[in-house]
Design a protein around this ligand. Structure first.
Ligand SMILES: [Fe+2]
Length: 282
């Protein structure tokens, strides 16, 4: 497929491309001097007061509604591992307000380009007997340019499902070997991107694991291929909203919209063609 791309005054035709090439075009289009070092810090933790009072108020408002719906099983789907909220659009106002704070911050400080929200998950973690699925060490294996932003909707300690990630000797997150990078590179990951069997040896070389605990509103922003896992509930509960962003050449009408933001009703795998951006649901 040939694709028309407009950068400044220049229009040219591109061929298929991976997300890293597309991301570079997006940065040129955005035209900022910011050097974001996007790939250097794959996992960043923002304390609950980082984004200010308005953010806290929105998180409180959303958290209350989400808790009630999970407590009373409203629009919930439990697969035994996670309890999923299947009707995210009833929280549209809070979701819009939250994205209007977080996404511009990420555009200006993490990516240096336009972004839109392509996926939102709202879920509660459960007590489980045996680790499986996202409770195992893994990376998501979408292209590296896809970032997830996980916001705790209640206080999280060691007992109620802290997000955990692998850190290198510089205490930075570690990326797994992504095999889905775009139209030029797209094949299944070894061992289905499960990497638990590698962790012990990495720890012997000085790598460490970090569990993110913190009050309601704490946000973990991570390249989806950072090696991570959820921890099962020992005591209590944990509700989160996970806001996933993608780079785009042109500013979307809104950061988040039912026209191009999906949840559990669609696969978590992005379209292999990055240029479709918010003109496509997946
Ligand atoms: Fe994951």
């Amino acid at each position: 497929m040939h694709i028309l791309v407009v950068i400044g005054q220049t229009t040219f035709v591109t061929h298929d491309m991976n997300y890293d090439t597309y991301y570079k075009l997006c940065c040129e289009q955005y035209n900022t001097d910011i050097n974001t070092n996007f790939y250097q810090k794959p996992v960043q933790v923002y304390e609950s007061d980082f984004f200010g009072l308005e953010y806290i108020n929105i998180v409180n408002s959303l958290a209350k509604k989400v808790k009630t719906d999970f407590d009373y099983d409203n629009d919930c789907d439990c697969d035994g591992l996670f309890t999923k909220q299947v009707n995210i659009w009833k929280y549209s106002d809070d979701i819009d307000s939250l994205c209007n704070i977080i996404v511009p911050y990420l555009e200006a400080n993490k990516y240096g380009c336009h972004l839109y929200v392509d996926k939102i998950y709202i879920y509660r973690t459960n007590k489980i007997k045996t680790r499986q699925s996202s409770y195992e060490w893994h990376y998501d294996n979408n292209p590296d340019e896809i970032v997830k932003n996980l916001i705790y909707l209640n206080n999280v300690n060691e007992q109620n499902s802290p997000y955990e990630f692998l850190r290198n000797n510089d205490k930075q997150g570690v990326l797994g070997n992504c095999t889905r990078r775009g139209t030029e590179t797209w094949y299944p990951a070894p061992n289905n991107s499960r990497v638990g069997h590698l962790i012990d040896n990495l720890i012997k070389t000085g790598y460490t694991t970090k569990r993110v605990v913190g009050p309601k509103g704490t946000m973990v922003s991570f390249i989806n291929n950072s090696i991570h896992r959820a921890n099962p509930i020992i005591d209590g509960y944990r509700d989160v909203i996970n806001i996933r962003v993608k780079p785009c050449l042109h500013k979307a009408p809104k950061y988040v919209s039912p026209q191009y933001t999906t949840s559990y009703e669609f696969s978590g795998v992005v379209n292999k063609d990055p240029t479709l951006a918010w003109n496509s649901k997946i």
